[in-house]
Design a protein around this ligand. Structure first.
Ligand code: NAD
Ligand code: MN
Length: 476
């Protein structure tokens, strides 16, 4: 496929390509241009020209285009989901969820367009003030490979509705569905240049976008290390920045929880998308009274997970997205084995056999009795490995939950309202779920605290962060 600049497909000026391989089979799916700084400059120019007319459209006009695109996405959801599974690896069912979730986001922002209004401030004899919101200008969006479709929605929906134009840099291993979704938005009536997609590596295309002087905001989702680099680079032109970074979400299960419900929550919370989710359950703290039975039930469910090619029937978990990701995960488990800072009670190795040899599969893994200093606890483990610890009481659980530099999400599983309230008040995170984990609906603002990032996506918050106020003082 080609990149999209100014509403048309275009090659990179220097003819280099990135091959997109299916992580289940190693087969070539397609190739995309390795965009350069010049390609990025062309895209930013196109977005700059488009901004002059796009910002003058009414919210309703912009919202209608989002609605139309959502409808087309729903019509084509099967093909889009298939392509997502082929480039990303996740089971087809999860890809379908993700594509529909993207349509939900466009519809949410399309609908919100009817409910935006400014503020007036009366200042007595001094006059009256009118406060309106204006778009920022050309914005840059940089996204990762784990949920490329949903995360594109989180950025495209509010950025475009607010009147900005956008240059999107997909992850280098998952650009294909993003390119198709951009084409659909163009077909739904987006004027040329409002949304541009430049494919390529982070070092080349990504940095060129972050460094470009005409870009007013960077919305970045990805790892903490890259996020810090982006923050540093955006300081040069005082660009606005949103950083949605890694997490190490704790899940706390108390003695009074509905155990079977919590087991299913942990299973989905950790192994959905092969564990490659920012708000996956990354540390599980179970209260002593139910720890044995909980771990026994969870182990049974984990060992029964059907791992395989995401396009296959009844697949619960696909491969990791790349050999590099699998290497990081196997190394982390190997270290635990060697350092004895946890007991591997399920999985703990790559899958063996003919069906698995060309893909990046890893067995769903459970590790108990993990010590707080283990990298399984201190680092973000972005794969299907779940550390489970038993804790004496709620206070200890909260203490352990907060013993991290991250602060993205957290959940507590309990039937006691006071315990739930205590977790909500005391655990550091941008979202706390009670008897649930992982769900991020477009209506609800979401983002990190501490090392997990700056700014919010979704909800009215995100729309506000893609605009700024301008005040008019009327001395009548
Ligand atoms: P990554 O940081 O390696 O890459 C993310 C994006 O940044 C990619 O498009 C990449 O090409 C680009 N990039 C890399 N170096 C760059 C640079 N120097 N300048 C500009 N762009 C650059 O992250 P990843 O491995 O793709 O994604 C996994 C991480 O994303 C995990 O830590 C996960 O928790 C996090 N994540 C966070 C959220 C959230 O909403 N908080 C959601 C999903 C994923
Ligand atoms: Mn990475």
């Amino acid at each position: 496929m080609q990149m999209r600049i100014g509403g048309t497909e275009t090659a990179s000026l220097d003819e280099a390509w990135i091959e997109i391989k299916n992580p289940s089979t190693g087969e070539l799916v397609d190739r995309v241009p390795a965009g350069t700084a010049e390609d990025m400059a062309r895209a930013v120019d196109a977005a700059g020209i488009a901004f002059d007319t796009w910002k003058k459209k009414t919210l309703r006009e912009r919202g209608m285009i989002l609605f139309r695109a959502a409808e087309k996405v729903r019509e084509q959801h099967k093909d889009l989901a298939r392509l997502l599974t082929m480039e990303q690896g996740k089971p087809l069912r999860e890809s379908i969820d993700e594509v529909r979730g993207y349509a939900n986001i466009l519809e949410f922002y399309g609908g919100i367009s009817a409910h935006q209004s400014g503020e007036t401030i009366r200042l007595g004899s001094a006059g009256d003030c009118l406060v309106v919101r204006e778009p920022l200008g050309v914005c840059g969006a940089i996204i990762p490979w784990n949920m490329p479709v949903i995360i594109m929605g989180w950025k495209v929906g509010p950025a475009l509705l607010a009147g900005n134009t956008l240059v999107l840099k997909p992850a280098s291993s998952t650009p294909l569905t993003n390119l198709n979704l951009a084409k659909i938005l163009d077909e739904a009536g987006l004027p040329p240049g409002v949304l541009n997609v430049v494919t390529g590596t982070g070092e080349q295309a990504g940095e060129a976008l972050v460094r470009h002087p005409d870009v007013r905001k960077i919305s970045f989702t990805g790892s903490c290390a890259t996020g810090m680099r982006v923050k540093e680079l955006t300081s040069h032109h005082l660009k606005d920045v949103t950083l949605e970074l890694g997490g190490s979400d704790p899940m706390i299960v108390l003695n009074d929880a509905h155990i079977d419900h919590a087991v299913e929550g942990a299973l989905r919370g950790r192994f959905y998308n092969a564990g490659q989710t920012c708000t996956a359950v990354k540390r599980l703290y179970v209260q002593e009274g139910v720890a044995d039975i909980f771990i026994q039930k969870l182990k049974e469910r984990v060992s029964a997970l059907n791992v395989g090619n995401g396009l296959g029937p009844k697949i619960d978990m696909g491969p990791l997205n790349s050999s590099g990701q699998r290497e990081i995960i196997s190394q982390a488990v190997e270290n635990t084995r060697n350092n004895q800072d946890g007991k591997i009670i399920e999985g703990g190795c790559a899958l063996k056999g003919k069906a698995y040899e060309s893909g990046y599969f890893y067995r769903p893994t459970l590790v108990t009795d993990v010590t707080p200093k283990s990298p399984l606890i201190t680092e973000e483990i972005f794969g299907p490995v779940l550390p489970v610890m038993s804790v004496p009481n709620l206070e200890a659980a909260i203490r352990e939950a907060n013993n991290t530099r991250f602060g993205l999400g957290a959940s507590v599983w309990t039937t006691n309202l006071h315990s739930a309230k205590k977790v909500f008040d005391e655990v550091h995170a941008g979202i706390i779920w009670v008897n649930r984990h992982l769900t991020l609906p477009p209506e609800v603002p979401f983002g990190g605290t501490g090392g997990s990032g700056i700014g919010r996506e979704n909800g009215q918050d995100s729309l506000d962060q893609y605009s700024q106020t301008k005040s008019l003082f009327l001395n009548w």
